[in-house]
Write a protein that binds this ligand. Structure first.
Ligand code: PEP
Ligand code: MG
Length: 593
């Protein structure tokens, strides 16, 4: 036994024990190998076998995505299947094998380069977007040829803990959560979108584990502790026993949470806060009922695009928004328009190379620059608005002029639908995310233009403190409870109050038990968080007194040092709930549990 303890950041709660699979993006090594005449039939057979295996792998992936995301999202795999039969790709590769007497993987790579060049020469967006698919299919086929017909899609199907350098949001969106029971990544942070997605789909995760791919070997058994941010490789028997006991305590706590799932989130002195859910993928709707969330406070619609890697059309979007609206009716569904850019760049859209993508072409800026895409989305949301309690929200608004432009587009689309005789809900409420410091500073002006605010502390923290939310080198500087961030929240709440609109908070801070007293004390009307964490926060709300929260918040707001605030919040949490096995986002080791 050689138990190794590796520390990282726990970003999604839960403890799992399982075998490890490494998700290493191997660099393809293809060498030309001239063949003798008599070797050709065998090589052609090897090639056909690889095509067949790849076909099965793609079909399997397609079925999985269809189950989780619906048939529109799975359409991309139809295109992949067609590519397997494309004479320009596989037909040409056969020619190179039989006429030029070259090995199958080299033949395929050569055919792929020819097609790539042809796609580039056409200079058409459609073909440029298909390059990503071509690369994916080509890579799959070459891997299959080189592994003697194994397809990567089918080889990791048993339950396992996935270890990766990092996953892109698109890769995370396609995670097969039936087989991936836990995730460990070398990169990532508490508020990276991959972390958020893992929480949403209930996959325990530890990120920021240095050299995980070197320290952990394929097939080894690990304990992944998403609560404490720990990975225990090859655990010895005493650790196994300790973790069995830990899991029993958590199971007991889960039963307590089950009992209050259907209750309201009311403090002991009768103040209710609305707890809603953040969702990324329509497949998460099935867990909503179980979470006891009061509707959807943030539907990150861009995941429809990211999961499929191709821009969803009006009908696809309409169906997804309608599905979500019906699922939560009469509770509200807040659809946020695409927050593309930053780290969310689907393959099906061209993004400029930017030195600072989070400060660049992102969110509402992209939508305003792509009016056709924006209007398609607004049409879909408006059409779905008659199917339930749908509300609309714009991301990353930085000032009045920008909001005015977005609202003008919305008015145009409403008029367009009226002209076509298409129904939309005249009472539709429109809000904005407050996640850029400039929006905080002009929140009083913005508040007169919309029906609600939702504070996005993930971005508000990164932009206020100038700390990249995905950069683990400066992760210690990323402090959601920094006095500047808290003042930003307070200013926003005050502006909303004066204008008579409601204000919520949908950043990850909403799920941090240590932040809860302050957020309640600041007077937020709603907290929107990962559905899996709603029951825990509800239990805490129901055990607190608003009066105490206000007093505590006054004390905290007078502090000038983020570490002092963190210490005060941790202390208050320990005093109130020290005996509960709470999940703490990115909790330092040994904390609370
Ligand atoms: C936020 O910034 O807090 C937020 C909720 O939006 P996202 O995490 O999708 O950027
Ligand atoms: Mg944001």
């Amino acid at each position: 036994m050689r138990e190794i303890r590796i520390e990282g950041i726990g970003v999604s709660p839960g403890i799992v024990i399982g075998e490890v699979r490494l998700h290493a993006r191997r660099r393809l090594m293809v060498r030309p190998r001239p063949l003798q005449e008599e070797q050709i039939p065998g090589e052609l057979a090897r090639f056909e076998q690889a095509i067949e295996k790849s076909r099965k792998g793609i079909l399997k992936l397609s079925q999985m995505v269809r189950r989780r995301l619906g048939s529109d999202s799975a359409n991309i795999f139809e295109a992949h299947l067609l590519m397997l039969e494309d004479p320009m790709l596989t037909g040409r590769a056969r020619e190179i094998i039989s006429q030029d007497h070259m090995n199958a993987d080299f033949a395929l790579l050569s055919a792929m380069s020819e097609v790539q060049q042809a796609f580039r020469d056409v200079k058409d967006d459609f073909f440029l977007q298909r390059l990503v698919d071509l690369e994916d299919v080509g890579r799959r086929l070459i891997e299959s040829i080189q592994s003697g017909g194994e397809d990567r899609g089918g080889s990791h199907s048993g339950p396992h803990i996935l270890i990766a350098e990092d996953l892109s949001p698109s890769e995370a969106a396609c995670l097969d959560t039936k087989s991936v029971i836990g995730l460990v990544t070398e990169k990532g942070s508490q508020t990276s979108h991959t972390a958020i997605l893992c929480r949403s789909v209930g996959v325990p995760a530890v990120v920021g584990v240095p050299n995980a791919l070197e320290q952990i070997k394929e097939g080894e058994v690990c304990i992944l502790d998403g609560n404490q941010g720990l990975v225990l490789v090859d655990p010895d028997s005493s650790t196994m026993l300790e973790y069995s006991a830990r899991r029993r305590v958590i199971a007991g706590f889960q039963r307590d949470l089950d009992r209050i799932r259907g209750e309201r989130a009311c403090t002991l002195d009768g103040h209710e806060v609305e707890l809603s859910a953040n969702i990324e993928l329509p497949g998460e709707l099935q867990h909503l009922e179980l979470s006891g969330a009061n509707g959807i406070g943030l539907f990150r619609s861009e995941y429809l695009f990211l999961a499929a890697d191709t821009m969803p059309g009006e009908e696809t979007q309409f169906r997804e928004y309608r599905r979500a609206a019906r699922a939560v009716h009469p509770r509200r569904l807040i659809v946020r328009t695409f927050d593309l850019g930053g780290d969310k760049q689907p393959g099906g859209m061209k993004f400029p190379h930017e030195a600072n993508p989070f400060l660049g072409w992102r969110a509402i800026r992209v939508s305003l620059d792509r009016p056709a895409m924006f209007r398609t989305q607004l049409r879909a949301i408006l059409r779905a608005s008659v199917e339930g309690n749908v509300q609309l929200m714009f991301p990353m608004i930085s000032g009045v002029a920008e909001l005015r432009r977005a609202l003008t587009e919305l008015d145009k689309v409403k008029a367009e639908l009226d002209a076509e005789g298409v129904a939309w809900n005249r009472e539709l409420k429109t809000g904005i995310m407050i996640e850029v410091p400039s929006a905080v500073l002009v929140a009083d002006q913005l508040a007169t233009m919309v029906d609600f605010f939702s504070i996005g502390t993930n971005d508000l923290t990164q932009y206020t403190l100038a700390v990249d939310r995905n950069n683990h080198t400066v992760a210690h500087l990323y402090q959601g409870l920094h006095p500047a961030v808290l003042r930003g929240i307070r200013m926003t709440v005050e502006a909303a109050r004066r204008a008579g609109i409601w204000v919520g908070l949908c950043g990850e801070l909403a799920s941090d038990p240590a932040a809860l007293m302050v957020l309640l004390g600041l007077g937020l009307d709603e907290l929107s968080l990962s559905p899996v964490l709603v029951p825990e926060i509800k239990l805490l709300v129901r055990s607190l007194r608003m009066e105490d929260c206000r007093t505590f918040t006054q004390r905290v707001l007078a502090m000038s040092d983020a570490d002092e605030i963190h210490a005060a919040c941790d202390e208050a949490l320990r005093a109130q709930f020290g005996d509960l096995p709470l999940w703490r986002p990115g909790a330092p080791r040994g904390d609370n549990r």
